[in-house]
Design a protein around this ligand. Structure first.
Ligand code: HEC
Length: 271
């Protein structure tokens, strides 16, 4: 896409061994640099390519039954894509589960297309099967761009998922005794010059939730929220979570409900 890296970013990276007094200033410059970089990239977000291939996958007959996903019910009725993502995760009667977009897609692939979704759950990220799911999330979330997050915690199972997600968010364990909140529960935290949103507050949850799935410039990959969470488990030195499992959905429920009322800006673009 030929986006240029603003010089502030490069300067900030080169100056990392400067004396103590100017460190705060440099951090600010770096943050500004990264912000400018984001702005420049918004003009041509490569995520659009994933949206396009996601739409193709949505419409293409596939699987043993050779049926498309177009009749998939994402919560607003069969085939209704627009605005659906803004209200996920949610409780679904047919599965008697709270589902996020990715677990719901697995349900539709299984019921409509006859696909063995265990293969999709097991597949590594950045392989064909997972990339298909990510592309689908790019397309479907894009159809909620500009909509307000409206996630319900009224149904007892939704409430339960929210509470489980909250507990998990603050659950400290592993070799470093980290929880999600260790990195995402305070204002102004940073790792490797990245501002880490305080997801326990509305403003942070807003930044953390409404801009995913996102294209990550550093890796040249499109990531879904399940992928994001999976990588944060790694950063937390926790065992790898099962893709689309109830626990990962619960974490999304916690973050999404904290972001209620914020505007969806998907697909996003990240460092
Ligand atoms: C050791 C620190 C660490 C822990 C623990 C951690 N994360 Fe993260 N998280 C990060 C970093 C670093 C980033 C940003 C990466 C980047 O910008 O490339 C991030 C990004 C995120 C984002 C996207 C934020 C945004 O602004 O786009 C979400 C959402 C998130 N983490 C959720 C979680 C959840 C849920 C947990 C607990 C399961 C968790 N994280 C645990 C370090 C951590």
């Amino acid at each position: 896409m030929g986006a240029r890296i603003p010089s502030a970013l490069v300067v900030a990276a080169l100056c990392s061994v400067a004396s103590f007094g100017v460190v705060a200033q440099e951090k600010d410059d770096a943050a500004k640099g990264i912000e400018a970089y984001r702005e420049a990239l918004k003009d041509g977000n490569p995520a659009e390519l994933f949206e396009m291939s996601g739409e193709e996958l949505w419409r293409k007959p596939a699987g043993p039954k050779n049926v498309s996903l177009e009749k998939c019910d994402l919560g607003l009725g069969a085939g209704k894509v627009e605005g659906a993502y803004a209200q996920l995760p949610r409780y679904f009667k047919d599965t008697n589960k709270v589902q996020d977009l990715e677990s719901r897609l697995l349900t539709c692939m299984s019921t409509l297309q006859g696909v063995d979704t265990a293969e999709y759950v097991k597949a590594r990220f950045n392989t064909a099967k997972k990339n298909d799911l990510v592309a689908l999330t790019a397309y479907i979330s894009g159809a909620s761009n500009g909509k307000k997050v409206k996630v319900s915690t009224k149904h007892p199972m939704e409430k339960q998922a929210f509470e489980l997600g909250k507990r998990m968010f603050f659950y400290q364990a592993g070799p470093h005794d980290f929880s999600c909140a260790t990195c995402h529960g305070e204002d102004g935290r940073r790792i490797r010059l990245q501002d880490l949103p305080n997801i326990t507050k509305h403003e942070g949850a807003l930044a953390g939730w409404t801009t995913w799935p996102a294209y990550r410039v550093s890796s040249g990959q499109m990531w879904s929220m399940q992928w994001r969470i999976n990588d944060c488990f790694r950063q937390q030195r926790f065992p790898e979570p099962v893709y689309a499992s109830d626990l990962t959905v619960a974490l999304s429920m916690f973050m999404a409900a904290n972001a209620n009322g914020a505007t969806i800006q998907t697909p996003g673009i990240k460092r």
